[in-house]
Design a protein around this ligand. Structure first.
Ligand code: UD1
Ligand code: UDP
Length: 382
């Protein structure tokens, strides 16, 4: 990857500079796995409006299975700039991204910088953009777990605090922003961009052969993801969770694609029979497995949302969620880390199933609504 400003501009045959007031130059920043699913519909919708888009990849995630595979599968343009920051402590990563991004913003002079989600790349890019002349737009604004031990909660608060445009996925997020004193005219309820990507790719994903490759049948297995430091970095906590998963697996065998942060911990842990550890999956394979699962157990943010959109039961292995709408209007249950609770709730959903529901504006058009805001607001500045 890599790139220069030569690669900068809209894709396709459309006019690169329509000369109309709607022309907007946007820098979109991504870095980690969930960012790629969130930015794709936003970039597509921006380019349909003839915006000029520069895609910057910080390099926070860099393995093929954590990065390139998503660009290939989603048809996401190759990054125009690759900041190559890689792994490190929070401070190293944040500082590295800021230092590498600042000259790009100075050089490109965008109207708007778009950041998505809640990872370190999001916050670091937001801090750079906030001190530049560009507008800063946060897609997925307003989510709050109120758990300050999560690095993502710090990232969310900082990013929203310095953003000009706050694009919220759900009404609870709007309410959080209003309660924190953000000006109502900066808040836009646009819906969930990650669900745009899900809806656009579900049928294609279902045509894949991942179940045949893994030798599982639809509705015969559960799917697990875990990568929160609180769950996987402490060997005792990981052992406790794996033991509970082993018990669930006696009722329903489990597939566990392992995030690279967890791989070394998993190698040192006892993995019970029935819990099958596999490599991290590409988006289409993962989506197909999610859609065909009897239940999903996870500590992921995005997976809580995707299971709600798919109508698949989800047990969240955390004490809090920044996505309460997946509980009140979806298929999610917060089960925490107590093994008895995890096993009891798994038994319950395996027996009773769930009633599928989908929150308002999780309709596949959130990227379009987001781009409308970005073009409108970006245009005002020129
Ligand atoms: C990050 C985000 C988290 C998000 C997750 C999505 C922060 C603070 N955390 O967590 O919010 O839910 O991404 O997956 O931004 N590694 C690799 N290869 C890679 C990337 C990472 O081996 O391509 C390993 C490295 O050992 C690295 C570790 O994973 O130190 C953690 O990576 P990092 O990006 O810091 O955090 P995640 O746990 O991935
Ligand atoms: N995902 C994937 N392969 C996997 C696990 C997850 O493609 O092996 C996708 C999943 O469908 C969702 C996103 O990654 O779109 C969620 O990212 P992750 O759980 O890493 O981060 P979080 O949402 O917790 O920030």
């Amino acid at each position: 990857m890599g790139g220069t400003s030569e690669g900068f501009g809209p894709r396709g045959d459309g006019p690169s500079r329509p000369g109309s007031l709607a022309f907007v130059r946007a820098v979109c920043v991504v870095g980690a796995r969930p960012n790629f699913m969130k930015i794709t519909p936003v970039i597509e919708a921006l380019e349909r409006r003839s915006a000029e888009v520069l895609l910057v990849h910080t390099g926070q995630h860099y393995d093929r299975s954590m990065s390139t595979v998503f660009f290939d599968e989603l048809g996401l343009r190759a990054p125009d700039r690759w900041l190559d920051v890689g792994s490190g402590t929070h401070a190293e990563q944040t500082a590295g991204i800021m230092t590498a991004l600042e000259p790009v913003i100075d050089d490109v002079r965008p109207d708007v910088v778009v950041v998505v989600g809640d990872v370190n790349s999001t916050m670091a890019a937001a801090l750079v953009a906030a001190k530049s002349p560009a507008r800063l737009a946060h897609v997925e604004a307003g989510l709050r777990s109120r758990d300050w031990t999560m690095p993502e909660e710090v990232n969310r608060l900082v990013t929203d605090t310095v953003s000009d445009d706050l694009l919220a996925p759900s009404q609870d997020a709007v309410d959080n922003l209003l309660a924190e004193g953000h000006a109502p005219e900066r808040i836009y309820l646009v819906g969930n961009v990650m669900i745009d990507t899900l809806l656009a790719n579900l049928e294609r994903a279902k045509k894949g052969d991942v179940m045949a490759r893994l030798g599982v049948a639809e509705g015969s297995y559960g799917l697990v993801t875990m990568h929160r430091p609180a769950n996987v970095d402490d060997p005792d906590m990981l052992a406790l969770l794996l033991k509970a998963l082993g018990e669930v697996a006696t009722r329903c065998p489990l597939l566990l694609p392992v995030h690279p942060r967890v791989a070394p911990h998993m190698a040192a842990a006892y993995v019970p029979a029935g819990v099958r550890v596999i490599e991290p999956l590409g988006y289409l394979d993962f989506l197909a497995l999610e859609a065909g699962a009897r239940l999903v157990l996870t500590d992921s943010g995005g997976v809580q949302e995707e299971t709600t959109a798919l109508g698949v039961p989800c047990l969240t292995l955390r004490d809090t969620t920044e996505r309460p709408v997946t509980i009140t209007e979806g298929t999610n249950v917060l089960v925490g880390r107590d093994p008895d609770r995890i096993i009891a709730e798994a038994d319950r959903v395996l027996r009773d199933g769930v009633v599928p529901r989908r929150p308002a504006l999780w309709d596949g058009k959130a990227g379009e609504r987001t781009a409308d805001v970005l073009v409108d607001e970006g245009r005002c500045r020129r």
